[in-house]
Design a protein around this ligand. Structure first.
Ligand code: XMP
Length: 518
């Protein structure tokens, strides 16, 4: 039995929570994939999942063009769990009635058990009750023949239904979101007890499987990988090194826009400790020259991205017989680039990574993390023995300090920012706050303000500190760091970094601000 031999299929009807369903299934140690709701029945049969989950979605099942699954899906004999829209679809398919609710229900509700809650709720209720998260406009008014109601809330008399004989279940609430405490028990019960999956998807087995697959794919070929020092490329490099040893060469481009001592840390971890072949390219001058005079954020991103590609290509050309390009692409990147049926979000900032390498490079792609969520990548990183600080480091954008120095990028500014940022991050580590927040960094503002130091007047630059808390980086709250900590960071920066006499703290949330300043 391999780790992909048991799997759950999640059909996506466009809910903002669909990825969370997949994460909960993975947490139950079962592999799953997300596919569009109209996946071909033949393809589903061939895929042969142990269970199917129908996600929520923004439409109403009685709309003229409401998305639906192929009718025969329910005759495959595969257990089905419908969530929100998915449950309404299930109910309607079997002859139940779905109507608009008098009042849209959004937020917490107390789910109450019926006298026999049924297999799906095994171990879920405490004293017959449990809080759940609701978000729906429609509800099931009449359940289909052969089904029974297994729970209710004050506003939703039909909060969950089942047909145990046919292994069909529906819940009106969202067990996948964090707002439903213990919701993971329901997903776990569905995949392990109802679908009878044993739970093969564990970090150790994922590594074993990835190593075997890399060996099989690559054979005796050579592989190159652009190492950035971020979690994804670091874990990819470690896995590939384990699989094929010296056939891997990493290229680490120092663009002069990295954090303090970052290049040395990457070399120490990979080249010195792990014996990975890493070519370090010192390209600071080229990047700074290319950026000279440019103040537009999108142009800066483009310049940095394009030059990265040029340099990477130059280095790749030097590595004899490299046939594979390895990338740290992860599952959310795959889902997002496949594009939702509901249309893609507007491009607010052009994010770049090595994924933008041109076709004519003619390298085959090796993407050992492309089935994994970020938390799984981290778990694997830990299992592979990467340092905690590398596995749990905050995200760092491809253009690096280039988008944290507002306006024109200059070496003087980058040096000031690096020092201020290092003090900030060090203080976050020593105070224990680094691991409690999602992302923190300093920003350089190219404006001068007046200050006084000793007996003299100063006229120097401003540093702004940013710290945010977020689950998905699509929305974020600014972190309420303690005043005493902010105060210590501010005085250290002003005392220790020449050229700075003022520190500000960014108290904007996303939206309407973004996390990075450019
Ligand atoms: P924003 O600023 O859009 O950032 O709220 C959301 C998350 O994305 C990161 N980010 C980037 N990552 N290349 C990247 O690889 C980029 O150009 C880029 N811009 C923003 C940002 O650090 C945050 O985690």
């Amino acid at each position: 039995m391999n780790i992909h031999s048991e799997k759950i299929l999640i059909l996506d009807f466009g809910s903002q929570y669909t990825q969370l369903i997949a994460r909960r299934v993975r947490e139950a140690h079962v592999y799953c994939e997300l596919h569009p709701f109209d996946m071909d029945l033949e393809a589903i049969r061939e895929y042969s999942p142990q269970g199917i989950i129908l996600s929520g979605g923004p439409k109403s099942v009685y709309d003229a063009e409401a998305p639906a699954v192929e009718e025969a899906l329910f005759d495959l004999g595969i257990p089905v769990l419908g969530i929100c829209y998915g449950m309404q679809l299930l109910a309607r398919h079997f002859g139940g009635k779905v109507v608009p609710a008098g009042k849209r229900e959004y937020g917490h509700a107390d789910l109450m058990s019926k006298s026999t809650p049924g297999p799906l709720f095994d171990g879920f209720f405490i004293d017959g009750k449990s809080p759940v998260w609701m978000s729906h406009g429609d509800h099931v008014e009449k359940i289909p023949d052969g089904f029974e109601v297994i729970s209710q809330t004050d506003n939703a008399p039909v909060a969950a239904i089942q047909n145990v004989e046919r292994n069909l279940y529906g819940v009106q609430f969202h067990p996948e979101v964090n707002h439903t405490p213990r919701g993971e028990i329901i997903v776990d019960t569905f995949v392990r007890k109802i679908c009878r999956c044993k739970g093969q998807w564990t970090p150790g087995k994922i590594i074993e499987d990835a190593v075997a697959r890399i060996r099989e794919q690559v054979g005796t070929d050579k592989v190159i990988l652009g190492l950035s020092g971020g979690v994804d490329s670091s874990v990819a490099a470690t896995l590939i090194k384990r699989a094929i040893g010296d056939q891997l060469t990493c290229v680490f481009v120092d663009n002069g826009l990295l954090r303090l001592a970052e290049g040395d840390q990457v070399m120490a971890t990979f080249a010195e400790n792990m014996g990975v072949k890493v070519i370090r390219v010192d390209a600071e001058d080229r990047f700074l020259q290319a950026l000279a005079g440019e103040t537009d954020p999108e142009q800066k991103r483009r310049i940095i991205g394009n030059l990265f590609i040029d340099i990477f290509e130059e280095e790749a050309a030097r590595i004899a017989n490299a046939i594979w390009l390895a990338q740290g692409t992860i599952y959310p990147d795959v889902i997002e680039s496949a594009g939702g049926k509901t249309g893609k979000a507007q491009n607010i900032k052009s994010h770049h990574n090595v994924g933008g390498l041109p076709d004519y490079m003619k390298l085959k792609l090796l993407e050992p993390l492309k089935e994994l969520f970020k938390d799984e990548v981290r778990a694997i990183g830990e299992e592979l023995g990467l340092p905690h600080q590398m596995v749990w480091r905050h995200p760092f954008p491809g253009p690096g300090l280039g988008v944290r120095i507002l306006g024109e990028v200059k070496k003087e500014y980058a040096d000031i920012l690096r020092q201020a940022d290092a003090i900030y991050i060090e203080e976050l580590y020593t105070s224990g706050y680094y691991d409690k927040i999602s992302q923190a960094f300093a920003v350089f503002l190219p404006v001068k303000s007046v200050g006084v130091m000793g007996d003299g007047r100063t006229y120097e630059y401003v540093i702004s500190l940013r710290a945010v808390e977020t689950k998905d980086f699509m929305t974020a709250d600014w972190s309420k760091l303690p005043y005493a900590l902010l105060s210590r960071i501010s005085s250290r920066i002003i005392n220790e970094v020449r050229g700075v006499n003022r520190v500000a703290y960014d108290i904007s949330s996303k939206p309407p601000s973004t996390i990075e300043w450019e």
